[in-house]
Design a protein around this ligand. Structure first.
Ligand code: XMP
Length: 496
């Protein structure tokens, strides 16, 4: 039986994945599609409700992504958030104009009944006049914050209910999903493993499958489902690209070689290093590493005659690689795939799941906590934690600096969700012994986040920061250490 669907139309909003995962966490299946998907496709998908995301544009500008009125005549409940609210207003005959002042951050909102709450706002444009049939439900000092057309089941907020800074945001979603759309809450991961095992068997038949095992939670969960679905038809290849953390490759080999998988480790570090020699541009590095990854697999595949390539790709990988809109960073496991793969097909059993959902499946599969809760590590590894060109010497520095950072932060009772060192491309003067040095600057990054789509810096104590800095500067050719306190957005977690 198919789950009821909430369709999220993406107009370039940074929070689209948070909207989608919030909806799912309330027991309703959601998918993100491009804002301009044809109306016929929407009808085919048959959603019980549609959410229009925010976005960077102004509706009255020439190139703004606008939709025809027809979507509002489908009889499907629609919820417009931020830009989504302005789009709805504009298309339905209301007026959107540039506000006197922008509102960014937490802003006080007042409902018509006098109730007040804080909500996250990020806008300059305002709805000046609502379209016919809409009534105002809430306002701030500068804008209409919430409005609805009950009869047509159209609802909109200028604020972001998906942001955790918005008080009562989950209630706003519940209201839309269960009261307005009539959702049954029929989505859960209870039968996920069984359904995927069946899909995998149908897809691959008697074929041999090659899996890219990275040691991370995604590929580990993927490997475990596959090994249950098609025992004897699976070979797991761990490509050691040489950009792994200290001792990590050995640890991965130890954990997985023991499991019931045909595990092969390929040492390809020289090949990868040569491939990205003198490449300074991050996107290019990612693409080249991704391509090389696939080449190495193809070589191995030839040796064992594999028909299919399996990957632990998850939903945010697809969304962030421009599956629905703008490319933020091309994650190597998607962006790097060339067209002429040489495999019959790709098996991606986790491609519809968010990270927290993958962890839940991992626990259901009985994987140990060390794997399920492992801190994420990007596919291109340390190569994107070295700003600019990558050399063997730089890798050695960042690998040890990273190990020192992790060693100190691993000791904490409450740990950040991700923490590591970055080797910047800035050189700075220092003094060691009696000699002047001119060595690179290392940055320490430690973030708290629920979903990696938004993140805040972790308040590491000065004492711990001091210890890390002392160790890194005294044991490595590094002149100074800085601590990165940027939030995401506008920064990202990784530096490249
Ligand atoms: P950003 O830097 O985009 O990172 O804020 C968000 C999360 O994604 C991880 N990340 C990657 N993971 N391949 C991956 O598998 C990649 O190319 C990649 N780039 C970033 C990052 O470590 C963080 O957890």
């Amino acid at each position: 039986m198919k789950n009821q669907l909430i369709l999220i139309l993406d107009f370039g909003g940074q929070y689209k994945e948070l909207i989608a995962s919030t909806v799912r966490s309330l027991g309703v299946y959601s998918e993100i599609k491009a804002g301009n998907i044809p109306i016929d496709e929407i009808k085919k998908l048959n959603p019980i409700g549609i959410i229009l995301t925010g976005g960077p544009n102004s509706v009255y500008e020439d190139n703004a992504p606008i939709r025809d009125k027809d979507i509002f005549n489908l009889g499907i409940p629609i919820f417009g958030i931020c830009y989504g609210m302005q789009l709805m207003t504009h298309v339905l005959g209301g007026i959107v104009s540039k506000g006197k002042v922008g509102e960014y951050g937490t802003v006080l909102v007042e409902r018509e009944n006098g109730d007040k709450f804080n909500a996250l706002m990020s806008h300059r444009d305002v709805v000046e006049k609502l379209p016919e049939g809409f009534i105002q439900l809430a306002k701030t000092a500068n804008c209409i914050a919430e409005a609805s057309n009950h009869e047509k089941k159209l609802f909109m907020t200028q604020y972001h209910p998906e942001a955790k800074h918005t008080e009562g945001g989950r209630e706003t979603f519940k209201n839309f999903l269960f009261r307005i759309c009539g959702a049954k809450g029929d989505y859960s991961l209870d039968d996920f493993i069984e359904v995927q095992m069946k899909n995998i068997r149908e897809q691959v038949g008697n074929g041999q499958v090659l899996l890219a095992l990275s040691g991370g939670v995604d590929s580990a969960v993927c490997a475990t489902i596959l090994s249950k679905a098609i025992p004897g038809q699976l070979t797991c290849i761990f490509v050691d690209h040489g950009f792994m953390r200290l001792n990590e490759s050995e640890e991965i080999e130890e954990v997985f070689a023991k499991r019931n998988l045909n595990f092969i480790r390929v040492n390809a570090s020289d090949r990868f290093l040569a491939k990205i020699k003198d490449i300074f541009e991050p996107e290019k590095k990612r693409k080249l590493i991704g391509e090389e990854f696939v080449r190495v697999f193809e070589n191995e595949a030839k040796k064992i005659n594999a028909d299919f390539l399996a990957q632990g790709t998850i939903y945010p990988d697809i969304v962030e690689s421009g599956g629905t809109g703008e490319v933020i960073k091309s994650h190597h496991n998607v962006g790097g795939l060339p067209k002429d793969m040489g495999f019959k097909g790709i098996v991606e059993p986790l491609s519809q799941l968010f990270k927290d959902e993958v962890r839940e499946v991992g626990r259901k599969l009985g994987l140990p906590n060390t794997i399920v809760e492992r801190q994420p590590f990007p596919g291109p590894g340390l190569a994107i934690r070295i700003m600019g060109n990558v050399t063997y010497e730089k890798l050695e520095i960042v690998r040890l600096a990273d190990a020192f950072v992790r060693e100190e932060l691993d000791k904490l009772q409450v740990r950040p969700n991700q923490y590591f060192a970055v080797l910047t491309d800035t050189l700075s003067v220092g003094v060691k012994g009696d000699a002047r040095t001119y060595d690179p600057v290392v940055a320490v990054r430690a973030v708290i986040t629920e979903d990696f789509m938004t993140a805040d810096y972790f308040p590491v104590s000065h004492d711990v920061l001091g210890k890390m800095a002392k160790r890194i500067t005294s044991e490595l050719p590094v002149s100074r250490v800085v601590y990165d306190i940027s939030p995401k957005p506008p920064a990202t977690v990784e530096w490249e």
